[in-house]
Design a binder for this molecule. Structure first.
Ligand SMILES: C[S@@+](CC[C@H](N)C(=O)[O-])C[C@H]1O[C@@H](n2cnc3c(N)ncnc32)[C@H](O)[C@@H]1O
Length: 176
């Protein structure tokens, strides 16, 4: 399933034009395809290292990744699915930490975090993305839910409750 109700963070951007954004954690590009098909995107950066971490567990014993994201051909599938949008997509094949500085500070209308779901990784993604999003832009992510307590903890620690919106498994803030 992938639609406006499943990913409510995107409703914040539905009426904005010429968006420049970033998704961290692309996998088979289900969400990237949704973004490109439904929002007015000028440029979409996509960060994913595409290495196999399917056996990893975080400190709490949770799997840091959603089920089914470790398809061995994920990168190939993603590139095929996004073929018609190639001219708008800038692939950054590495971890967030290693590659996000290719993106200028304060240049993004949105950033959606759905990569490494471990606590420290989400905290770091939030810190790095805050530098890249413009004032008035949307910073959010996925898997804000009981199955991913590490994500919930990292998000709640990073923002005041009165800044934070959530719906379904999405969370987001508008950068002030
Ligand atoms: C839950 S999946 C992403 C699903 C995708 N956002 C969607 O909804 O269609 C998580 C992805 O994060 C990637 N990932 C893992 N560690 C990462 C890191 N340090 N930086 C960026 N992406 C990472 C994994 O390779 C995996 O493809």
């Amino acid at each position: 399933m992938n639609n406006w109700a499943y990913r409510p963070a995107w409703t914040q951007l539905a009426l904005r034009k010429d968006l420049v954004g970033l998704e961290i954690g692309v996998a088979k590009a289900t969400n990237a395809h949704f973004i490109l098909s439904n929002l007015d995107i000028k440029k979409l950066y996509l960060i994913d290292p595409y290495f196999d971490q399917s056996d990893e567990f975080d400190n709490s014993g949770e799997r840091p990744y959603a089920e089914g994201t470790k398809h061995p051909d994920a990168e190939e599938i993603a590139r095929r699915i996004l073929k018609n949008f190639e001219y708008k997509v800038k692939w950054l094949i590495s971890t967030t930490e290693e590659i996000i500085n290719k993106i200028p500070d304060e240049s993004l209308d949105f950033c959606y975090i759905d990569g490494d779901h471990k606590y420290e990784a989400v905290k770091l993604d939030i810190k790095l993305c805050l530098l890249k999003v413009k004032v008035g832009g949307v910073l959010g992510g996925h898997d804000f839910c009981d199955d991913h307590k590490s994500v919930v903890k990292a998000v709640l620690e990073s923002f005041n409750r009165n800044q934070l919106f959530c719906g379904n498994r999405d969370w987001w803030i508008i950068k002030k």
